[in-house]
Design a protein around this ligand. Structure first.
Ligand SMILES: [Ca+2]
Ligand SMILES: [Ca+2]
Length: 142
């Protein structure tokens, strides 16, 4: 049989098959709450993006403060990380950093090479050239 239910904002689909010999269970969960505006206010995001409209004016500390992310819980920061990690690799890579602002606001500009490098350097504690979820939380919440 199939059971589908909503748990918090996660849609859980479980398929269970049972006969005399086998019992199999397939399980899929989809997080429906994957929009930044469900975590941050659209107005705060707009403000933060506007503030760094000029190329090379992006400052991550100011940005996270203006958009309200630095006041959020570690779990919410993690949810934001998962939105920025578009290919679900578990890391934010340089290619994803380029479109960092656009994840917050589709009309925003791309980050410059200089901004990408300085953002990466600020977050990348283990120097593997990408930002893990722990590194992201530390950067946002410190
Ligand atoms: Ca990624
Ligand atoms: Ca890293």
């Amino acid at each position: 049989y199939l059971s589908i239910y909503l748990h918090n904002s996660t849609l859980v689909v479980t398929h269970t098959h049972t006969d005399a010999y086998t019992h199999t269970e397939r399980f899929v969960s989809i997080n429906l709450n994957m929009s930044l505006t469900s975590i941050l206010s659209a107005e705060a995001i707009e403000n933060a993006v506007k503030d760094c409209q000029a190329p090379d004016s992006f400052c991550y500390k100011k940005f996270f403060q203006l958009c309200g992310l630095s006041q959020k819980s570690p779990q919410e920061v993690k949810d934001v990380f998962r939105i920025i990690d578009e290919d679900n690799s578990g890391f934010i890579e340089e290619a994803e950093l380029k479109f960092f602002l656009q994840r917050f606001c589709p009309g925003a500009r791309t980050l410059t090479e200089k901004e990408i490098k300085s953002l990466l350097t600020a977050a990348d504690d283990d120097s593997d050239g990408r930002i893990g979820v722990d590194e992201f939380q530390t950067m946002v919440l410190s």
